[in-house]
Design a protein around this ligand. Structure first.
Ligand code: GDP
Length: 350
């Protein structure tokens, strides 16, 4: 009857209120990183980047690279829990007339969001006309082979102990690592992981990164991954700026929950960002007071996307951001998030 309806409404309202409080408390205590910690992590990353620039210029002056730069959540105020990782972007210069990009959906692999980079004009510009021909496999530029070039350099020929002692850090390449990663211990109890991320910027502005397809069967080995990170992060931030919204806070809380819950480790920043961008197309109220409602709605939306096995990229809907999850992972994530709908605070227990 009416009165028990009203009671359960009241109960639900109270639960939501306390979730709201818990989310902001979690945000303050566990998600947000002290400014001082972020600053010293950035300083360590910058020191390493500077050393690498000097080394590469001296050792390989003819390698066609644009200036390397640091990027990632540490630089966008979107890193959570600990300031412990950054990407070192390494932009390769490709000759326009010698290389062309083919979208994944136009290849037999049929994977939107991935690209092949094909060598052109071999008859007029034979092998070794381009520096990057050394990384050509079967007529295509191989991201794996590009990574191997840097791996040899970084893990093989740089004297990290010497550089480390100058900077007063302990630096070592992480082995084994599928991406190329340096571990930098810059204070007794602080470590930073720096990933090398070779990058191609195509003529139309498309960014492709040398980060292999996760379910890399051999036929996927030559695929470059399109990166939407810059654009999706900018869009999220712009939406928040327009309405003083809590989308970035919602993202950070979700990232921290996924980082702290092993069953959710497979969800990454890009998937969460896009889930929020898609939700923003339907839902207009992102006021700070609506964080709990939007957080729950995001969880529900993720469950729905997992059920469908598909999370479209907000900037390019043909791209399925779940395409690298196995069926079992999709089921496990879906189950964990479904359970979290009735106990969202369980996600915040650290
Ligand atoms: P976080 O690591 O969860 O805090 O998320 P980030 O937003 O920093 O994203 C880093 C991840 O995105 C890494 O796994 C990168 O390999 C990947 N990524 C894809 N494109 C880019 C890009 O353009 N820049 C950076 N820094 N990372 C990218």
């Amino acid at each position: 009857g009416g009165s028990s309806d009203r009671q359960s409404d009241l109960l639900r309202a109270r639960m939501r209120l306390s979730l709201q409080e818990h989310l902001w408390e979690f945000y303050q205590n566990s998600v947000n990183i002290p400014a001082e910690e972020q600053a010293s992590a950035r300083r360590a990353a910058l020191d390493i980047c500077a050393e690498l620039r000097v080394f590469l210029h001296a050792k390989l002056p003819d390698m066609p690279l644009r200036e390397m730069y640091l990027s990632g959540s540490l630089y966008d105020e979107l890193q959570v829990v600990t300031a412990d990782h950054a990407q070192l972007m390494v932009p390769l210069v490709l000759e326009k007339n010698l290389w062309s990009s083919i979208p994944g959906e136009d290849t037999i692999m049929n994977v939107p969001g991935f690209w092949l980079v094909r060598r052109e004009n071999l008859e007029y510009f034979p092998r070794n006309s381009s520096y990057w021909d050394r990384c050509m496999v079967g007529g295509y530029l191989s991201p794996k082979s590009v990574l191997e070039v840097f791996d040899k350099l970084v893990a093989g020929s740089i004297n990290w102990p010497a550089i480390g002692s100058v900077l007063d850090y302990i630096i070592r390449p992480v082995v084994p690592s599928e991406t190329l990663t340096l571990e930098v211990q810059y204070e007794t109890d602080r470590r930073l992981y720096v990933d090398f991320l070779p990058l191609l910027v195509m003529e139309d502005g498309t960014s492709l990164i040398a980060k292999p397809h996760r379910l890399a069967a051999e036929r996927h080995e030559n695929l470059w991954r399109q990166s939407f990170r810059v654009a999706e992060t900018a869009r999220l931030r712009a939406l928040d700026q327009e309405d003083g919204g809590c989308r970035c806070a919602c993202l950070k809380v979700a990232k921290a929950a996924c980082k702290l819950n092993p069953a959710l480790n497979r969800l990454n920043a890009s998937q969460l960002t896009n889930a929020i961008l898609l939700l923003s197309e339907k839902e207009g109220d992102w006021a700070q007071e609506a964080l709990a409602d939007r957080f729950l709605q995001m969880l529900r939306a993720l469950v729905g996307h997992l059920e469908a096995g598909r999370l479209p990229c907000a900037l390019s809907p043909k791209v399925n951001l779940f395409c690298e999850l196995t069926e079992q992972e999709v089921d496990e994530l879906g189950y964990t998030l479904y359970c979290a709908l009735s106990d969202p605070e369980g996600l915040l227990r650290t």
